[in-house]
Design a protein around this ligand. Structure first.
Ligand SMILES: [Zn+2]
Ligand SMILES: [Zn+2]
Length: 114
């Protein structure tokens, strides 16, 4: 018999995930934010589509999303949002929206998660 081997590591930075939120729930948060941004709808959809594939929906982690309590979480808050911000640049999103993104999600706070 082996003990349940709980894993909580971000697949990207390998730090412990202390604020687990799945990709689906992140997408919902981002969609709410995007609705307030002056970005053409086609671009918003493409952004969300790319965001969905930033990280796998399944991982070895035994950690579940704190919101929906059913999905697996593979990446930490910092890694998810920092990669999403790269997407914003890639999609030529206006600086005013990138500023808003940084203020709303304030993900750099999580860069020192251990
Ligand atoms: Zn990470
Ligand atoms: Zn979730």
């Amino acid at each position: 018999m082996r003990m349940a081997n709980k894993k909580f590591k971000c697949i990207k930075c390998e730090r412990r995930i202390i604020n687990p939120v799945c990709i689906d729930c992140r997408q919902r948060q981002i969609r709410v934010w995007l609705d307030d941004q002056n970005i053409i709808p086609e671009k918003k959809e493409l952004l969300l589509k790319d965001a969905e594939s930033l990280f796998p929906k399944k991982s070895d982690n035994s950690i579940l999303c704190i919101y929906c309590k059913k999905n697996n979480v593979s990446a930490c808050t910092y890694c998810f949002f920092s990669h999403f911000e790269e997407l914003l640049h890639k999609f030529d999103i206006p600086a005013v929206s990138i500023d808003s993104f940084q203020k709303v999600f304030n993900y750099r706070l999580y860069s020192k998660d251990i």
